[in-house]
Design a protein around this ligand. Sequence first.
Ligand SMILES: *Cc1c(COP(=O)(O)O)cnc(C)c1O
Length: 399
Amino acid sequence: MSKIKRSERSFTFVGTTENVMNPDPRSRAWVEVDPKAIENNARVLKNFIGENCLLMAVVKADGYGHGAETVAKAALIGGADSLGVATLEEGIQLRNSGLKCQILILGNLINAEELYSAFFWDLIPTISGIREAIICNNIAENKNKKYIIHLKVDTGMTRLGCNCNEVKELISRIDFLKNISLKGIYSHLAIADEDLENNAQLGFTQIQLTRFEKVLKDLGARNKLLCRHLANSAGTLSDSRLHFDMVRVGLSLYGYFPVNDFDSDLKFHPALKVKARVTLVREVAKGTGVGYGHFFKTQRKSKLAVVAIGYADGVSRNLSGKISASIDGVLVPQVGAIAMDQMVFDITDKPDIRTGQVLTLLGTDGEVCISPQNWCEFSGSIPWEVLCSFRNRLPRVVT
Ligand SMILES: *Cc1c(COP(=O)(O)O)cnc(C)c1O
């Protein structure tokens, strides 16, 4: 064995105490979020929907994995009018970060504690039936105030919402509750993305639209006093008849079309990147098995890069051997099984890669753009799920 060279032995400590105590979040693998992209996307959406329609930025699931506070603030700067969350806790988190705008809770709060808390934090609950409306009324009556609510109608999603043909009856009962202020009525589309894929030929979405319009018509003049909303991203992009007074946009706010290769002039910018560092570079002989199960065997003498990100960070194991990552705008293929904390890339065709260099697994890198849709082709997932799977130990860096 040869001696260690002098140059290899010398080691200069360059860190400050601060670095040592709080290592750089970019030392291993991380999610990078660009608030300017969110701001741009909100602006693009606002322009698209026009002056007579409000934009609700849907920031549930920690802003689709981007960080709810970052996303909410950027969306509001870009012109969003209100925020949508799924849970009480998500709403409270936004209030705690100082946001004063309207926040609608899209999920169902069922008990008095939760509804009292929502009232305290000035969050708007979604009501699907008289049970919760009565709880809300009691809470507000106690405080001698009005509890603002939105009513949800099921037009075919078959999830939350009251039955279409019970709306009128329900509203007349709610109108008896003196401390309730019904401010909005809405429904949710079930297959708008598929309809969008069919070149915006409304299929079942048309049926849902017709049902929603009928509900509103039956309410007569009453419906004009309400904020009426129906569309998610796909609905917003497919037909302006689905816009009503407000649209609730999630996915496109983050920079994506709900369907692949959607033909549109709208310039959304993806706001998220997933990056990870090369922790070891090695050369192996032809026929070497790589990783658990040896699912991959080298077909030639190969150069491999071990990269510090795995399924525990949110990269699905189903993607094993199917994805590529970008470095300097060049794609290198991932090989072998994705493990919990690491995966391997074949860099034989880009042999200049060194330990410590950064690979972009998702997002834009120079000319290359790897989108969640690319992953979904292999994993059977959907972009929504891909985006909100980066949690646990992946730190988030706002650029
Ligand atoms: C999540 C959600 C949205 C946003 O959907 P996208 O497809 O991401 O735009 C809108 N409305 C409701 C009720 C939701 O739960």
